[in-house]
Design a protein around this ligand. Structure first.
Ligand code: MZP
Length: 498
């Protein structure tokens, strides 16, 4: 046997050292844009994300709702593959039918309509956001919008009037303001509005353009009127039924695939990559691997990005069951080194996704600093309203259900298949609860603020700069204790929540 004499390490064993923070290095100037598919030196990647987050390929995490919510925030969800092909393709189709950044508001909805009316309309039109006017006509005054994250669906809330779920637009420019788009842009900045309405030639309110999207088209605001962008949607596949699954997903409009496996260093993955690359023009990531050899094997087989991590997932018991895996930080450090060398030698940059084992928000920053281009998370996203599982009350706390793909509940045997009997012989994952944490956007905002703030401490305004400049130290067990509140008597208010 070959021995690695260095222990394999986890994120909690590292800290970042501050660098000089320059005055222009403020959170507002930090850009979290990141590539997710390979590209040549000097060129732009075909797909990049505005925030470095992907949600896990899991039944309890990534369905079409998560795909839309996360894509709207700038990340990507990989819709779970442990379901019949047609059902997965239908989820992709649904997520792709949502349009980014605007709504069609000929809804005839007034604040007294019920939430069910809104849901029916959203289903019918495929739009993620519905506008409400004061008299139910498109020419009426716009009084609010209802978006997926404004309401919490329960059986009881369906009959409630929609005004209880609306975001009011008291300060919005109403209806046909008769102003040009550039003038409207000035107004929304001046009055700190979130969006502006656009009216068509019949004076009907047509679109709401959110400021984020408007910014992207500042130079040529007229572009906003023919624009019709759908969200970037990912999906997981396996190495068994890819000849049937991939065509269905591509037909449904998927942007990027990932081969989902607990051990991706296999000839099964090579065959899958080669099949997809020779038959389709769709991006595909592969993994999971934990070392240089696994990285090179999958890259040479055609992967567009590589996923790193074996056994570190919060619900994963692979290491206990089979004694296989590697501390997530050590795995990432070695694979990043191989990636950087590959880039130097070939001029081809392969993005790396660090998958599993993120417990604290600072682990994300560490993963990025160590060279990951984005992280994949299960537990993190499972806690939110947008994940597909039930919210329950256990004791005095609200929780959401969260189960591993290798648990008896998911029975995703393809993910753990090593070519033997087709079926799950023993479990590699658990069925669990995670604390309920509210809506995705509010939590992502907080996490992003922490990442940006740390990046400023490190003097980095982009992820690439962070990777170049980061100085990382191993921490001793005693200095970990020093890092928390210590030697004080905590007041009760400190004991709840993070
Ligand atoms: P985490 O973010 O919850 O720590 O980890 C999520 C990752 O755990 C997934 O992206 C996947 O790679 C892995 N996973 C999913 N199911 C299992 C299992 O049942 C698992 N063992 O390890």
């Amino acid at each position: 046997a070959y021995y690695y004499m260095e222990p394999s390490r986890t994120f909690s064993e590292f800290l970042l050292l501050p660098n000089l923070s320059t005055k222009d290095c403020t959170p507002a100037n930090v850009d979290l844009k990141t590539p997710i598919v390979k590209f040549k030196r000097g060129e732009e990647p075909d797909i990049s994300l505005n925030i470095p987050f992907a949600s896990a390929v899991m039944q309890s995490v990534s369905d079409h709702n998560m795909a839309v919510a996360l894509a709207r925030s700038g990340g990507i969800a990989f819709i779970f593959g442990s379901q019949p092909i047609e059902e997965q393709a239908a989820m992709v189709r649904k997520a792709k039918s949502y349009k980014a950044g605007f709504v069609v508001s000929r809804s005839n909805l007034t604040p007294s309509h019920t939430l069910k009316d809104v849901l029916d309309l959203k289903e019918e039109t495929g739009h993620s956001t519905v506008a409400v006017t004061d008299d139910g006509t498109p020419k009426g005054k716009l009084v609010g919008i209802v978006t997926s994250r404004d309401y919490r669906i329960s059986r009881d809330s369906l009959d409630k009037p929609v005004h209880e779920f609306m975001t009011p637009f008291s300060s919005l420019i109403y209806g046909n303001s008769g102003i040009s788009l550039p003038e409207a842009n000035d107004l929304i900045w001046e009055h700190k509005l979130n969006c502006l309405p656009i009216v068509d030639s019949q004076q009907n309110l047509d679109f709401l353009v959110f400021r984020k999207d408007y910014d992207a088209h500042k130079e040529n605001p007229q572009e906003l009127l023919d624009i019709n962008k759908s969200y970037i949607v990912g999906a997981g596949i396996n190495t068994k039924d890819y000849e049937e699954r991939v065509p269905a997903l591509v037909e449904a409009g998927v942007d990027v695939l990932v081969i989902d496996s607990s051990d991706g260093f296999s000839e099964w993955q090579r065959d899958t990559l080669q099949y997809v690359k020779s038959n389709f023009n769709v991006k595909i990531g592969a993994g999971n691997i934990v070392d240089r050899e696994g990285f090179l094997y999958l890259v040479e087989s055609g992967a567009d990005f590589i996923k790193v991590g074996v056994g570190g997932g919060s619900i994963c018991i692979t290491r206990e069951q089979k004694g296989i895996g590697r501390g997530q930080a050590s795995a990432l450090i070695e694979v990043v080194e191989a990636r950087n060398k590959y880039f130097e030698e070939t001029g081809i940059y392969i993005p790396i996704c660090s998958d599993g084992g993120i417990v604290h928000d600072y682990h994300i920053t560490l993963a990025l600093a160590m060279g990951a281009d984005f992280v994949m998370m299960g537990r993190y996203f499972a806690r939110f309203d947008e994940s597909p599982t039930r919210k329950l009350k256990v004791g005095n706390n609200f929780v959401k259900e969260f189960w591993g793909e290798g648990s008896n509940r998911a029975r995703n045997w393809q993910r753990y298949d090593t070519g033997g009997k087709q079926g799950l012989v023993f479990e590699e994952g658990v069925d669990s609860y995670v604390p309920y944490a509210g809506g995705l956007q509010e939590n992502l905002d907080k996490t992003n603020s922490k990442i940006k703030s740390t990046m400023c401490n490190c003097g980095a305004k982009t992820i690439e700069e962070l990777q170049r400049k980061a100085r990382i130290t191993i921490v001793s067990a005693t200095s970990i204790i020093e890092g928390g509140a210590h030697d004080v008597i905590l007041k009760e208010s400190n004991l709840s929540g993070e």
